[in-house]
Design a protein around this ligand. Structure first.
Ligand code: ADP
Ligand code: 5GP
Length: 234
């Protein structure tokens, strides 16, 4: 039987990679789909680790041969999820985690019933700007123009929040890691249909704070939306 497909998206700088790395370390039986991209490797990135780095021509050949579950153009480069990761995870009885943008997430949500969408958001525009700036400083290249472009892009990405099942506002890192783990375990428990222990019930209640329908999430979400643009309505 196919496992659960977890989709995680976030505006750049929200802390998604930090959270995904932690999640992969603590949750067993969760495979990570390594995307294909036409962008050049950054810093210490290596082919086959963070991404498969390929040419535009190779990418277009893969599109023509229907090898992608989804693909999109992000910041001028192609990114795509190969279908084979899905098949391989299912063969091993594992769940699969996709770290993809809002366009890819919408494609997967509409075609895969067993998918769970999680949108990670920064607590506010001001905090996002600070995280983008700190990361740029630690990487040794600060460009106000790049930061401004990412903040403008973030606003557009956040407008896609209704497409996600869970909204995780990444404020305190330790809390966010715990919540993300709860979401994964909660979805596994729900799909197993087994009787729940008191500890499992508590875990589900924790995860449900991040469900789109939860009151706590909607008030936090409203604050995030208001900080980006008072015009986006929650
Ligand atoms: P993304 O993958 O969403 O672009 P990163 O994981 O690279 O974001 O995080 C952006 C920056 O914010 C990094 O410098 C990271 O260490 C920092 N960061 C991530 N989560 C938090 C948090 N909860 N509190 C403070 N800083 C954080
Ligand atoms: P970066 O270049 O910073 O690693 O990623 C830029 C954006 O592309 C991020 O939002 C990331 O989630 C997204 N991305 C990475 N892989 C894929 C993919 O396979 N498909 C889609 N649609 N987006 C991806």
């Amino acid at each position: 039987m196919a496992g659960i497909l977890f989709i995680i998206s976030a505006p750049s700088g929200s802390g998604k990679s930090t959270l995904v790395n932690e999640l992969r370390r603590i949750v067993p039986n969760l495979e990570f789909s390594i995307s294909y991209t036409t962008r050049a490797p950054r810093g210490s990135e290596r082919d086959g680790m963070e991404y498969y780095f390929i040419t535009r021509q190779e990418f277009e050949r893969m599109i023509a041969q229907d090898e992608f579950l989804e693909h999109a153009e992000v910041f001028g480069n192609y990114y795509g999820t190969a279908k084979r990761f899905l098949r391989e995870a299912a063969t091993r009885g594992n769940d699969l985690l996709l770290d993809i943008d809002v366009q890819g997430a919408a494609q997967v949500k509409s075609s895969m019933k067993n998918s769970v969408g999680i949108l990670v958001l920064p607590p506010s525009r001001q905090v996002l700007e600070r995280r983008l700036r700190n990361r740029s400083i630690s990487e040794g290249s600060v460009s106000d123009e790049v930061i401004e472009r990412r903040l403008t892009e973030a606003r557009k990405e956040i407008e896609n929040f209704p497409n996600y099942d869970y909204i995780l506002v990444n404020d305190r890192l330790e809390d966010s890691v715990e919540l993300l783990e709860s979401i994964v375990l909660c979805e596994r428990l729900k799909s197993s249909g087994k009787a729940l222990s008191p500890e499992e019930v508590r875990m589900i209640q924790a995860a449900e704070q991040c469900l789109q329908t939860a009151k706590t999430t909607s008030s936090k979400l409203k604050e995030v939306l208001a900080s980006f643009a008072p015009a986006i309505s929650g």
